[in-house]
Design a protein around this ligand. Structure first.
Ligand code: 1CP
Length: 357
């Protein structure tokens, strides 16, 4: 082999990433073991995270590549998960285009001036890669540090972002959001379309910097009936998926309480559909239909039970997922803040041992 033919380190790494159990499962190929990662694995219960974040506001930490890199790596080192998720937040791209917002400890994102009128929407500009150079830098460093472990980039879906922007903060019933959706469908469609462009641009930045998969979090879409989701939300989410289809990286689509929406969430353009714990994986597979892998779905609260109970429930998930064409093991929603980190480490080991082929 001449020096010119020899693969560079970067190429070898990307081949190893492409052959990882996580990406194989997303592509519905045979896997050496069921891959596992946890939503919100970065920056929740880990003592090393809490120590690092001391005195640093959440949004500031998202803009510091050194912190983002370290926090993203922490759960990979500790739990030996099959994928890393980029440490950031769904509201980071909104902040980057100038929305007056903060992430308040114990509350979540709070918006200075909610978006409820055409004039409010006119102030929401598109995202340029130069707005988030700290993301490009952190992803680039991470891809080098992670070696054969894939990095998942992510963004909030248009509906979930709209909910924060219209309500002004976290909401149980999404009443202002739905009032706008039903009361001014044109303004609503334009808002979701603008958010789709911002979200697509944010995902492209992460993919171009080296992320090997992306997840679209439509956490609050479960608040919608299927007909409303199809008419008023799906077109914007589909626009996001279309915009990144050409990169060939798996696109994961996740929401909570979305049992009735699973088929539509696949139709929006996902390669992998995330499932919460309310629908068994085999039934979810029937609802999603062929041609897509599934991700899920252990109830995050199960991790507070004794080890044997966790293993029984995890085995139930694996059994229900056995005949799926591709399965990525995950929780049905994010890691709860007071979860014992050792319970997560043990769960990764359990899934790997139980499914080793
Ligand atoms: O998964 C990871 O470990 C990466 C980091 C990550 C992700 C993927 C964070 C860090 N946020 C998110 C996504 C996110 N943010 C979602 C979608 C996922 C989900 O449904 O859980 C949502 C809805 C948000 C919005 C948000 N940001 C909330 C929820 C508020 C509500 O409406 O109930 C909260 C509490 C935040 C703050 C936040 N984001 C991330 C962290 C570590 C924190 C807490 C920081 C702090 O308070 O200091």
């Amino acid at each position: 082999m001449s020096a010119n033919d020899r693969p560079t380190g970067q190429q070898q790494t990307s081949t190893a990433v492409a052959e990882s159990a996580f990406l194989k499962a997303c592509r519905r190929e045979p896997v050496p073991h069921t891959p596992v990662w946890f939503m919100r694995q970065a920056g929740r219960s880990l003592p090393e995270y809490l120590k690092l974040r001391e005195g640093i506001p959440m949004l500031d930490s998202c803009m510091r590549p050194d912190l983002v890199t370290e926090i993203t790596l922490q759960p990979v080192r500790r739990h030996k998960v099959d994928a890393a998720i980029f440490f950031s937040d769904i509201v980071v791209p909104l902040r980057a285009v100038g929305v007056d917002l903060d992430i308040k400890p114990g509350v979540g994102p709070v918006i200075g001036q909610p978006i409820r009128t055409r004039a409010d929407l006119d102030r929401l500009r598109l995202l340029e890669p130069d707005d988030v150079t700290y993301v490009t830098e952190a992803v680039g460093t991470l891809v080098g540090e992670l070696g054969a472990t894939p990095l998942i980039g992510f963004a909030g879906a248009p509906f979930t972002l709209a909910s924060y922007l219209v309500e002004g903060g976290p909401s149980r019933n999404h009443e202002h959001t739905k009032a706008l959706m039903y009361g001014d469908p044109d303004l609503w469609a334009d808002l979701l379309d603008r958010l789709a462009d911002i979200t697509a641009a944010f995902l492209k930045v992460q993919i171009e910097a080296g992320a090997s998969a992306v997840q679209l979090f439509d956490s609050w879409a479960g608040a919608l009936a299927p007909s409303d989701y199809r008419r008023s939300v799906l077109p914007a989410s589909a626009k996001v998926f279309d915009a990144v289809a050409g990169y060939g990286v798996p696109r994961i689509h996740f929401g909570v309480g979305t049992g009735e929406l699973l088929g539509l969430m696949g139709e929006a353009g996902a390669d992998v559909v995330g499932v919460d714990w309310r629908v068994p994986m085999d039934e979810a597979g029937r609802r999603v239909g062929p041609g897509r892998a599934l991700q899920g779905n252990l109830d995050p609260a199960v991790l507070f039970a004794p080890r044997e109970a966790v293993e029984t429930k995890a085995r139930e998930v694996l059994d229900a997922a056995r005949d799926l064409p591709g399965h990525v093991f995950n929780l049905g929603h994010g890691v709860l803040p007071s979860t014992d980190p050792d319970a997560l480490t043990r769960l990764v080991e359990f899934v790997h041992t139980e499914t080793a082929r």
